[in-house]
Design a protein around this ligand. Structure first.
Ligand SMILES: NC(=O)c1ccc[n+]([C@@H]2O[C@H](COP(=O)([O-])OP(=O)(O)OC[C@H]3O[C@@H](n4cnc5c(N)ncnc54)[C@H](O)[C@@H]3O)[C@@H](O)[C@H]2O)c1
Ligand SMILES: [Zn+2]
Length: 649
């Protein structure tokens, strides 16, 4: 490294840190950061005269953001030296044993979250402060008080600082991102950023909603007289704080390595993310003797785990069609080893997510693989684009059957009833209770019919014969005959059931009834204008219906011939008259029953409503009309008695 490279490296690290600590939206992986950091450290060791004050090796990492009031810690907070392998551990142990050879080690997980200092006085939580620059941090007491694992009072009366990490559990993180995805909000890159971001909210109610968890790992100022760190920690847990999933006192390197290996193996089963194991000298007196560098304690080290985030490149975006016809994009990335597994694919959630993250072919991206979770792209490194990136065009055709896709922004769906990717589901839905109610067409049977090749589409159901069925494994005579009878019984069904059975996106039982009543067999010819005029049917439903008809028209006609559904009596369009499309309210006693008058008005195309509002066109009143009449007068609604009404017919 030259001096110029050294200066550049420092600038880069400081830029990474702002994105990481202040914006909670890192633009590189920890691995890349750590590698560069160690190059800088090495350069400084060799060239101590050239050391710059702005170097990240000279201060605790956080940069303080401006939104919060600041507060001082009672005693300083620190960072940790990190090591990555046995060689690093040996070096650290040699260095540490030189300071004091008569020591043991306390090992516990290194939680990947945000550090927090809690100050209790007279047993009451008085301040919560982020680590900040180690001396001064952000005062976030209000937010901290919303975190359930932080006791507001403790049975320890003298002043004490309790330090720990704020994390979000992995399942909670998934939940938050799922709901952000639904709401069209940007996703958090990882649980660490989600935890840090949630902790530093100006609105405490957001923090409260995020289910953060506090895991203590040490004390700052205190009056405790324990001689060993692990006894201090036991005391802290006894005050009502949460224990880590694993901790152990070790006497030598072998024991440290063994517990490290266990933690690496078990890390996926822990509810929180860990990025390493912290090894600390257990004897408090030795800790005090060893002291600190400008940045880290000499009595402690972070033994990092293999990274779960790597940088790779998007080669291609391929499509998967699910059982319901939903099309989801998957990124093919340059094969990358993440903790021993070669990752070649990463989920992209949905097409909106591609747009929102602006993921392009050839983009450098950060992928995360943790546990059994499918690897995902957490971040596009847009600042590293070279100009060779290609914007991804959303597909318009199903990759399986080539038919036109329904595109609703977030959702892309193949609506082709006969598409191989969704046909099993189409048939099961077709046969279900609110549809054609065909007994015996459950998932197992439909899959058997499909894999045998007997049934490739819904239409083929009507071609089945006893002979053909008996050739299939497990199809006995009685069962087969019952199935054939059930299919025959579906013939002559009500027309709305027929529409519903098609499984059109957004068109359920109610909409099927509406379409059936309004258009009858003609629903396949209805225009968008006509469709949206029907009560309860909006744009999105109309679009979906039209796209479905376009793709499936032949199948619909074939099925209609086969099933011979009953043609419904269409609701007649009312002739022009003063009540057509008007909102009418009835009140008081009239010569005919309320129901009869309502029916008469409805046949003229009026909507009869039960309460008077500004939108009401007519109030029709009989004897003893009460408050509705007064309200109508007040609002200037036209009031008619029964005779006036009859005169208008
Ligand atoms: N990706 C990026 O762009 C980027 C940028 C800056 C820093 N970073 C990452 O941050 C790290 C440096 O940050 P740092 O200086 O805050 O150090 P650190 O986070 O690696 O270690 C110190 C911190 O570990 C936490 N910790 C968790 N469990 C602990 C335990 N059991 N005992 C003691 N402490 C525990 C504490 O909050 C403590 O402040 C780097 O290793 C790097 O990976 C990444
Ligand atoms: Zn398809």
């Amino acid at each position: 490294m030259t001096n110029k490279e050294y200066i550049n490296a420092i600038e880069k690290l400081n830029l990474y840190s702002v994105h990481y600590y202040v914006l909670d939206d890192p633009i590189t992986t920890d691995e890349v950061y750590d590698k560069l950091y160690h190059e800088v450290l090495e350069y400084e060791e060799k060239n101590p005269n050239e050391l710059l004050a702005s170097s990240p090796t000279q201060r605790v990492g956080d940069v303080i953001s401006t939104g919060f009031e600041k507060a001082s810690h009672l005693s300083r907070m620190w960072s940790l030296e990190d090591i990555f392998d046995n060689e690093g551990l040996q070096k650290w142990l040699t260095k540490t044993y030189k300071l004091d050879s008569n020591i043991t080690f306390y090992c516990e997980p290194k939680f990947d979250g945000a550090s927090l200092n809690l100050i209790y006085e007279n047993g009451v939580l008085i301040q919560g402060i982020t680590r900040g620059d180690g001396e001064v941090g952000e005062l976030i007491t209000q937010n901290v008080k919303t975190i359930k694992s932080i006791p507001l009072t403790i049975a320890h009366k003298s002043r004490i600082e309790i330090r720990g990490e704020i994390v979000i559990f992995k399942d909670e993180f998934e939940k938050i991102n799922e709901s952000r995805l639904k709401a069209g909000e940007a996703l958090f890159a990882n649980p660490r950023n989600a935890a840090a971001g949630s902790l530093r909210q100006l609105d405490s109610s957001i923090t409260a909603a995020r289910n953060l968890v506090f895991l203590p790992y040490s004390v700052g100022e205190n009056t405790l007289e324990y001689k060993l760190l692990h006894d201090i920690m036991d005391y802290i847990y006894s005050l009502g704080f949460r224990k880590p999933p694993k901790r152990e006192v070790c006497k030598d390197m072998q024991e440290i390595e063994s517990i490290y290996k266990q933690m690496v193996d078990e890390r996926d089963s822990y509810p929180m993310m860990l990025d390493g194991m912290v090894v600390k000298v257990d004897e408090i007196a030795s800790q005090i003797d060893m002291g600190y560098t400008v940045k880290v304690p000499r009595f402690s080290v972070a033994y990092k785990f293999p990274a779960v985030e790597k940088i790779t490149r998007v080669k291609k975006i391929v499509l998967q069609v699910g059982r319901t016809g939903a099309v989801t994009p998957v990124a093919q990335v340059e094969p990358t080893d993440i903790d021993g597994v070669i990752v070649e694919r990463a989920t992209l959630h949905n097409f909106d997510e591609i747009d929102r993250k602006d993921i392009r072919i050839n983009d450098k991206v950060i992928i995360l693989r943790s546990g059994d979770v499918i690897p995902k792209i957490v971040k596009v490194l847009t600042h590293e684009r070279s100009g060779n990136e290609e914007v991804y065009k959303r597909p318009t055709e199903c990759p399986v059957c080539n038919s036109e896709l329904l595109d609703e922004g977030v959702l892309l769906k193949c609506q082709n009833l006969e598409c191989e990717a969704r046909v099993v589901n189409s048939i099961i839905y077709f046969a279900s209770k609110p549809c054609l109610n065909i007994d015996g067409l459950g998932i197992k049977i439909v899959e058997a019919l499909f894999t045998s090749g007997l049934v490739k589409s819904v239409v083929d159901l009507f071609d089945l014969s006893l002979e053909k069925l008996l050739e299939l494994e497990g199809f006995k005579e009685k069962k087969s005959q019952n199935l054939l009878d059930a299919i025959q019984n579906a013939k002559g069904c009500e027309y709305w059931r027929f529409i519903n059975a098609l499984g059109i996106e957004h068109i359920g039982e109610v909409a099927s009834k509406t379409l059936s009543e309004n258009f009858g067999f003609d629903f396949i010819n209805a225009t968008k204008e006509q469709i949206v005029e029907c009560e309860g049917i909006g744009e999105e439903m109309a679009e979906s219906l039209l796209e479905f008809i376009r793709v499936n028209i032949e199948t619909i006609l074939k099925l209609q011939d086969l099933l011979e559904p009953k043609e419904p009596i269409k609701r007649e369009e009312a002739k022009e008259n003063p009540f057509k499309d008007k909102i009418v309210v009835l009140t008081g006693t009239m010569s005919k029953s309320r129901g009869e008058i309502k029916e008469g008005l409805e046949s003229l195309g009026a909507k009869v409503s039960s309460s008077v509002s500004k939108k009401t066109d007519f109030l029709i009143y009989g004897e003893d009309a009460g408050s509705k009449y007064d309200k109508a007068l007040n609002l200037g609604v036209k009031c008619l008695n029964e005779e006036d009404m009859n005169n208008l017919f």
